[in-house]
Design a protein around this ligand. Structure first.
Ligand code: NI
Length: 177
């Protein structure tokens, strides 16, 4: 359908709590997901949340095959997740580098729960229920944070571990976003 402009940090829409989807399998929801998919693919994102394209609804998509933005990352199955609920398993957290299409050209170290259970629905209303860990768990936490108006820099404990991608990783072939 269309590649949409991605809102960047500073836009107040990114700080709002997004609304639940009340009806599944509607033309509006399918069109939204198509736009998110086109935009994510165009930007080589690992995921995108509806608020990032200016739609304040609780919809995220994510998935990582081989991604030039995350060349060493584990693969994550392509997933459409509507009205997600996340439940961390245990208190164990791990640190890892994150970037965001709404914070272009930067990376920061964020601590996230290592394991979690997530549930929600796909665009047709079929339930999704998964137990995940590692990078998959990180991506879900990052994307679902967008639905509560949280951007990853707000989760950085040590701002010395936040910077421009090309300065942090001068030798890496990471897409400049
Ligand atoms: Ni993001």
């Amino acid at each position: 359908m269309a590649i949409k402009p991605v809102l960047r940090m500073g836009n107040p829409l990114l700080l709002q709590r997004a609304e639940e989807i009340a009806q599944f399998d509607t033309p509006e929801l399918h069109a939204l997901i198509q736009d998110m998919q086109d935009t994510m693919a165009h930007m080589n994102g690992a995921g995108i949340a509806a608020p990032q394209i200016g739609v304040s609804q609780r919809v995220v998509i994510f998935g990582v095959g081989h991604n030039p933005r995350y060349p060493d990352a584990e693969q994550v199955p392509y997933t459409v997740l509507v009205n997600p609920v996340l439940r961390p398993i245990g208190d164990s957290k791990e640190e890892g580098w994150e970037g965001c299409l709404s914070v272009p050209g930067m990376r920061g170290i964020v601590s996230r729960y290592s394991r979690l259970h997530y549930s929600g629905f796909d665009q047709y209303g079929n339930p999704i229920d998964r137990l995940v860990s590692g990078f998959h768990a990180r991506v879900v936490q990052h994307e679902c944070d967008h639905l509560d108006g949280i951007l990853y820099p707000m989760r950085i404990d040590d701002l010395r571990k936040f910077g421009y991608t090309d300065v942090l990783f001068p030798d890496a072939d990471i897409a400049d976003d």
